[in-house]
Design a protein around this ligand. Structure first.
Ligand code: CMP
Length: 140
């Protein structure tokens, strides 16, 4: 199996409810290592740029506004097949479709306030990690 890195964001709905530790516990118990992490408040410009791929979707403005509504925790997760493993741990984007034991099933409030974001491919993981972290920030 390939060791990969992926970008994770613990979203404002989860930081507001003090769930950072509970979510990190799921990552660590599943074998992912948190090799970089910081709690920040996104500016509207940062959120718009991060989600630029969704700029033509009807939910784009609300999503960017939600992502700036409180602190987020951006993190780099490392491990075997980290991109797909993290997506398994997160569960389906819509918490109504998420499987038992996943982050979104256990914690998400709605499709928008779905507690976590994770990169959807290795290629996007590179791009998203470099958006928040430089190489020296990441300690494997
Ligand atoms: P995320 O993985 O962060 O990527 C884009 C986000 O848009 C997604 O999680 C959801 O929180 C949010 N979103 C809001 N509405 C929708 C929708 N109809 N389809 C997909 N994503 C949506």
């Amino acid at each position: 199996m390939a060791t990969e890195r992926t970008l994770s964001i613990i979203k404002p709905d989860a930081t507001r409810r003090n769930l950072t530790g509970a979510i990190n516990k799921k990552f660590e118990e599943s074998g992912l290592r948190i090799v970089a992490q910081k709690r920040i408040k996104l500016t509207l410009e940062q959120a718009q740029q991060f989600y630029f791929v969704h700029k033509d979707r009807p939910f784009y403005n609300d999503l960017c506004s939600f992502m700036t509504s409180g602190p987020v925790v951006v993190q780099v997760l490392e491990g075997d097949n980290a991109v797909s493993k993290n997506r398994d741990i997160m569960g389906a984007t819509n918490p109504e479709d998420a499987e038992a034991g996943t982050v979104r099933k256990d914690f998400a409030e709605s499709l928008e306030a779905n507690s976590v974001h994770g990169s959807d491919s290795q290629e996007n993981a590179f791009i998203e990690i470099s958006y928040f972290f430089s190489a020296t920030d990441i300690v494997g």
